[in-house]
Design a protein. Structure first.
Length: 388
């Protein structure tokens, strides 16, 4: 039997009459192409030279599909069935039962019970940052050892679920949707608590936290400083980016070392006279026009008054321990005043005056003039002073 020529057309197509061929199929007759699509290929002068083919695929050799089996049909019915583990539970599947720290950051966790934490009996630190948790539902077996709980950046709206966690020393609920501080004042061992960037408008229900050393409430909607009278152990208070217009109710915080209250609505410095141990005052981005009120804070090492409309450096005479003064973007205009107020500060190493008239008007000689006024200075703005 002879092999067919490569140019030979399959007879299965050309042997069919036109009426039996699929619509749009091409017929070759006497060297000319014809279509049975219903559109004539001729005009008065004969074939018009345009090939009209309906855009539809035609399977010429269906035999090529003989023996083809789809993926679904080819599946092995006897294959081993794999158990589908819940995504959250799978996150802890490889952890040892006696592990002391569990860190699950940005894992799309939306249910704490789904993590199956009941088998972990020695966990001291649990970090579930940047997830989608709405409810704090921790198994009771964690209570005896858990000291640090980090729920930063979740979807928590209500402070609850901490009743049994008496051993907690650190609790972070920053970047959630909390409006009211509740149900934490029984946590007597807490030393650090964070409520940064929530929707809190009032400082409340913290009276029982007498061991607290660090309280962070920045980025909320607080208008008044209150509810802190019993927190006599407090060393750090962070209240930046709120709506506070007056420094008040701070007299009992005699152990406070750091007060951060930048980006508020303060017009004056007051009520700080009892904060005799204050070492850092961050009060930038307010509406202060004067530094009066700092005479009693003789232990201050760092002061940030940047972005306030202050035009004179005053009330700094008693601050002999000063190491850093941040005063960028104020209205300071006198190098003589800089020397008078700061020249005797033996520990002063860093000053920031960028954006003040004394810098803007004297950009070429600015650094040299500061060095002449403060010969012991080691850093001016963001640049270290070269040792000659």
């Amino acid at each position: 039997m002879s092999e067919p020529n490569d140019t030979e057309k399959p007879s299965s197509i050309l042997s069919k009459p036109s009426s039996e061929r699929p619509e749009g199929e091409i017929e070759v007759v006497n060297g000319h192409k014809h279509s049975n699509s219903g559109t004539s290929l001729h005009n008065a002068q004969g074939w018009d030279g345009k090939l009209r083919v309906e855009k539809r695929a035609v399977l010429v050799n269906p035999e090529v599909l003989d023996g083809y089996v789809s993926d679904a049909e080819d599946s092995d019915e006897d294959a081993v069935k794999v158990d589908q583990i819940e995504a959250d539970e799978d996150l802890t599947a490889d952890l040892e039962d006696d592990i002391e720290e569990i860190d699950l950051v940005h894992c799309r966790i939306n249910s704490i019970p789904a993590l199956k934490l009941e088998r972990f009996t020695k966990v001291q630190r649990l970090c579930l940052r940047q997830n989608q948790i709405q409810e704090v539902e921790l198994p009771s077996n964690l209570a005896p050892h858990l000291t640090e709980l980090d729920l930063y950046d979740n979807l928590i709206a209500h402070v609850k679920g901490f009743d049994d966690l008496a051993e907690l020393t650190s609790l972070d609920l920053s970047f959630n949707k909390i409006k009211h501080i509740k149900r934490v004042d029984h946590l007597k061992k807490l030393k650090d608590i964070y409520f940064v960037a929530n929707k809190i408008s009032k400082i409340e229900n913290l009276e029982g936290l007498t061991s607290l050393k660090n309280l962070e409430l920045g980025g909320n909607r607080i208008r008044t400083i209150e509810g802190l009278d019993t927190l006599t152990s407090l060393e750090q208070l962070w209240l930046g980016k709120n709506k506070i217009n007056e420094l008040s109710n701070l007299n009992s915080l005699s152990n406070l070392k750091i007060l951060s209250i930048q980006s508020n609505r303060l017009r004056s410095i007051s009520s700080l006279q009892n904060l005799i141990n204050l070492e850092e005052l961050h009060i930038s981005h307010n509406a202060l026009t004067s530094l009066d009120g700092l005479n009693s804070n003789t232990n201050l090492r760092v002061i940030d008054i940047s972005a306030n409309p202050i035009d004179h450096l005053t009330s700094l005479e008693t601050l002999s321990q000063l190491e850093e003064l941040w005063a960028s973007w104020c209205k300071l205009d006198s190098f003589d005043e800089v020397e008078k107020q700061l020249g005797d500060k033996e520990n002063l190493e860093t000053v920031y005056f960028e954006g003040n008239p004394l810098q803007i008007k004297n950009q070429v000689l600015y650094r040299n003039k500061i060095k002449l006024a403060l010969p012991r200075i080691k850093q001016i703005d963001a640049t270290f002073v070269k040792v000659s």
